[in-house]
Design a protein around this ligand. Structure first.
Ligand SMILES: NC(=O)c1ccc[n+]([C@@H]2O[C@H](COP(=O)([O-])OP(=O)(O)OC[C@H]3O[C@@H](n4cnc5c(N)ncnc54)[C@H](OP(=O)(O)O)[C@@H]3O)[C@@H](O)[C@H]2O)c1
Length: 259
């Protein structure tokens, strides 16, 4: 019960990693605010948490919409006073060769994955600064450090949020606010099910969620969630040419299908 009575707002909590994070914080005594666009899923999953002794409520929030983010965050802050931990997790991902990828898809990935994070952070951070406490968790991806062929625009959005988070960390530290970056490898969720990658087996979202909760408890700055991803990130620094070859080889099946 490391987070008894803490308010935790999670974006993209209707399924996948975000839902597992909501369950993991609720199991540690936190009050979780689950947000996403799918009303039915949010309602059912929040009820499931409440039925098993946790404390959850849900809000519709589209991180790509200024109006939606403003309305929801204002409602939560008015009703509950404070968000102690903000988990920026909502994202979309596409796999396509860059030249076949419609420009509107790349734009939408940036709108949700990058500008969505900025929107929610801008809405919540002032209240954390006022209270001189808070933790901002940013769920990026190993592709933010080791970009993956066939996911160039998604990888770019994930690299952008790492750079943003590292710069922001210095700005908010004087106010007692921590910024934690999470770099998951391939995880067994709806997002990953249509992505063709030949590599290590996917990890379970529950495992990523446990790592997130532990990272917040210990205040780590950055966590890579599995061993293969840690290896890829180290190899990329030490032997970038070999790492590039591994990435090309693991995307060959998708590229082959496209020819
Ligand atoms: N799965 C992987 O292999 C993997 C690997 C590395 C990193 N990640 C990262 O982990 C995070 C979670 O991914 P996941 O695998 O759990 O994906 P997922 O199963 O597709 O879930 C994505 C979540 O984001 C929400 N979402 C999408 N667009 C939104 C929008 N405009 N506004 C609000 N919510 C939105 C979805 O809910 P609604 O559709 O209901 O809005 C859903 O709850 C993402 O940041 C992803 O980049 C995933």
């Amino acid at each position: 019960m490391r987070f008894q009575s803490k308010n935790v707002l999670i974006t993209g909590a209707s399924r996948g990693i975000g839902l597992s994070i909501a369950k993991a914080f609720a199991a540690e005594g936190a009050h979780v605010f689950m947000t996403a666009r799918s009303e039915e899923r949010l309602k059912a999953e929040a009820a499931a948490i409440n039925n098993t002794g946790g404390s959850a409520c849900w809000y519709i929030m589209d991180v790509a919409s200024d109006k939606s983010v403003k309305q929801t965050t204002q409602a939560v802050l008015t009703d509950f006073g404070q968000i102690h931990i903000l988990i920026n997790n909502a994202a979309i991902a596409h796999q396509e060769l860059f030249l076949k990828n419609d420009a509107s898809i790349a734009r939408m990935e940036m709108e949700v994955n990058y500008f969505g994070l900025l929107r929610v952070a801008r809405a919540i951070l002032p209240s954390m600064i006022e209270k001189n406490e808070g933790t901002l968790v940013v769920v990026s991806s190993v592709t933010g450090r080791v970009p993956y062929p066939t996911q160039s625009t998604y990888s770019a959005s994930k690299a952008a949020i790492i750079a943003f988070s590292e710069a922001l960390r210095g700005e908010v530290k004087p106010f007692g606010i921590k910024v934690i970056v999470i770099l998951p490898g391939v995880t067994d969720t709806e997002m990953a099910k249509d992505i063709i990658i030949d590599g290590p087996p996917p990890q379970k979202p529950e495992k990523v969620a446990r790592i997130v909760v532990d990272a917040v408890a210990s205040g780590k700055k950055e966590v890579i969630t599995n061993f293969p991803s840690r290896m890829f990130i180290i190899l990329k620094k030490l032997v970038p040419n070999i790492t590039d070859r591994i990435m090309i080889s693991s995307s060959k099946r998708f590229i082959g299908n496209q020819k």
